[in-house]
Design a protein around this ligand. Structure first.
Ligand code: ATP
Length: 600
């Protein structure tokens, strides 16, 4: 019950509905138990003595009871529905909000399918149990207590006899639950695997098709589908075995009642009406006992779902604001950045060495910083620490002299715009994609940003122009088109710091050059970070840092670096091998003697 206590904040404000659902069902149940008493009265007081005058009154009472019972059943259904749905609504919102708050580190290991199922199937489980299952479980208890008390007052000996069968029935019902629970669990994980298969296949459809791996994918799906089908067959097997067994045991008590009750009526120690009433009540008690296994199952399932939801809701947020976080004043921010001896290691990858080691950088407002290095050398890590995707391990990063860890995350990130290599577009209009960071932007501003990002031309050629809806993650657009929309989105937010993380890799040199000119214009006086593998993208930077496995191995301007032996010059050599004039001109040493750079 601890799980449900922990979830109390999501349903306790509706406790009126909870009580309404429980009380509605309990009263309707108690009223149901009155029917056998009416039958008893009909037989013993009217039919047998031949007093027919009371029959009409009795049937009118039955109608009245039906009416009132229906009213209480409505109260149960209405309250349970309200309670469950309001709870599910709050839980869904809370989980979604939590997902928005969780830091990047959480998503490094989170699985999309698993999170989706928490927000759907697990919440549904809780909704059903809190709304209805809980009241039904209590109701089974009420039935046992009310029913046996009434039976006891009619004839305690017969009642005790029928009572003897209950532990057996309870035992079988619990065995049933124990057998069916793992099957339900396997079904749920089989559904999860099946969903992940479909999701991955649709997402990676281009890769699948380009490698002609459709048969392989179909086989994988069929395997999961077989698993799913087999689980359902196993479920059907458990049902088929236990249902007749439960019915058989329950009917033994009915048979025993008929046998002993019959004798007793014949020898005159029990009235016929009492026998009919006892049999009616026994039937009412036994019916929900059949479903006891299900009710317990619903309880354990929703407990497991509750655990999974609480695990998400109680997930610590790795990067968060401190109580005294500084709220940045947009007007006052200049954009002067300093990294001082910054080192960082990803906590989820203790097996790996630090991703960044002793990183130092001074980037005054208005400067352009270039980062170059092989894959995995720490470039993205260096900028991730700046916008607090992760907090630095050692050292510090300051913005205008304030440690970024002391700046309110939201205002810090509002000053920074990042364009990643893989541009993510939402499945909405191009216009809304560009204005994502500034929903208040005017059409003119959106179009101006698109012009600067060299995107306006191709957008206008689309049939619906800026109102064209792009497919999921930008499907239907080329890589370079997506990158240009992402650049327009970043430029529109007029950030103090712009980060281009390999953001122009899909563009041709000419378009990239045009965009660079535009960025220089828009970002004049602001700070720009450019991560790139192309020298042409970096060469105008005020300072270029060359990284290798987290270490800064070279730094300086393009002119300085092309003269130094090292990775930068090697990269330059490879990229400009087909333009030796430019290469020689660049690499000519200061003493005027020409250096031979390209062999062969
Ligand atoms: N989220 C993460 N969790 C664990 N390790 C990570 C994570 N992101 C990066 N790494 C590791 O940190 C190191 C630096 O990665 P980083 O992404 O900073 O490199 P990069 O220079 O930007 O590479 P690329 O040019 O390929 O984008 C690599 O060894 C990488 O495997």
């Amino acid at each position: 019950m601890d799980i449900f206590r922990a979830l109390k904040t999501y349903y306790w404000q509706d406790k009126g509905f909870l009580w309404g659902s429980v009380a509605g069902l309990a009263i309707a149940t108690a009223l149901g138990l009155v029917y056998p008493l009416l039958l008893k009265s009909l037989i013993d007081d009217m039919i047998l003595p031949g007093k027919y005058s009371g029959v009409l009154g009795l049937s009118l009472s039955a109608v009245g009871i039906i009416f009132v019972k229906a009213g209480f059943q409505y109260v149960h259904g209405f309250s349970g529905g309200r309670l469950g749905n309001k709870l599910a609504y709050r839980l869904r919102n809370a989980c979604y909000e939590k997902l928005q708050k969780l830091s990047f580190s959480y998503y490094d290991t989170a699985k999309t399918g698993d999170l989706m199922s928490r927000l759907t199937a697990d919440i549904e489980g809780i909704r059903q149990f809190i709304g209805f299952g809980f009241a039904q479980l209590l109701n089974t208890g009420f039935l046992l207590v009310f029913g046996f008390t009434m039976m006891f007052f009619i004839d305690w000996k017969i009642t005790l006899m029928t009572f003897a069968i209950l532990p057996v029935l309870g035992f079988v019902a619990i065995r049933f639950e124990q057998n069916i629970h793992p099957v339900f669990r396997s079904i749920r994980s089989a559904v999860g695997r099946l969903t992940v298969r479909v999701q991955e296949n649709i997402t990676g459809v281009r890769t699948v098709k380009s490698f002609a791996r459709e048969p392989f994918e179909i086989n994988k799906f069929v395997k999961e589908n077989v698993d799913y089908r087999d689980n359902h067959l196993q479920l059907a097997g458990v049902w088929a075995k236990y249902f007749p067994m439960i019915e058989f045991i329950a009917n033994i008590s009915v048979a025993a009642l008929l046998l002993v009750g019959g004798w007793r009526v014949i020898d005159g120690s029990l009235s016929l009406g009492d026998l009919v009433a006892l049999s009616g009540m026994l039937g009412l008690i036994v019916a929900p006992l059949w479903t006891l296994g299900f009710q317990i199952n619903a309880y354990t399932q929703s407990k497991a779902s509750g655990e999974r939801l609480l695990e998400l809701l109680n997930q610590p947020v790795a990067v968060k604001n401190t109580p005294n976080s500084l709220v940045l004043d947009d007007e006052a921010v200049k954009g002067h950045l300093r990294y001082e001896d910054v080192s960082f290691r990803y906590t989820n990858r203790d097996d790996l060495p630090s991703a960044l080691l002793g990183f130092n950088l001074d980037a005054p407002a208005g400067s352009m910083i270039g980062l170059l290095g092989g894959t995995g050398s720490g470039k993205t890590t260096a900028i991730g620490l700046l916008f607090r995707a992760y907090d630095v391990g050692e050292g510090s990063i300051t913005l205008d002299g304030v440690d970024v860890r002391n700046i309110e995350i939201e205002t810090l990130r509002r000053e920074i715009a990042i364009v990643f290599q893989e541009s993510f577009l939402f499945s909405t209009t191009i216009k809304e994609n560009i204005s994502y960071g500034r929903p208040d932007a005017t059409t003119e501003e959106i179009e101006e940003a698109a012009r600067l990002a060299q995107a306006d031309g191709f957008i206008r050629e689309l049939p619906l122009g800026y109102d064209t809806i792009v497919g999921e993650r930008g499907m239907g657009l080329s890589g370079g088109q997506k990158q240009r929309i992402a650049i327009a989105r970043a430029l529109l937010s007029k950030p103090k710091i712009l980060i281009l993380d390999d953001a122009t890799s899909a563009l041709d040199m000419e378009t990239e050059h045009e965009i660079q000119l535009a960025i220089r214009k828009v970002m004049s006086g602001r700070t720009v970070f450019v991560i790139a593998h192309r020298i042409s993208t970096l060469r105008r930077a005020n300072e270029i840092l060359v990284l290798d496995r987290g270490h800064t191995i070279q730094r300086g301007t393009h002119d300085k670096l092309v003269r130094q032996p090292g990775l930068y010059r090697e990269t330059y050599r490879i990229q400009y091998a087909d333009r030796p004039e430019e290469l020689n001109e660049r690499l000519e040493p200061s003493d005027g003697s020409s250096e031979r750079l390209v062999s062969g």
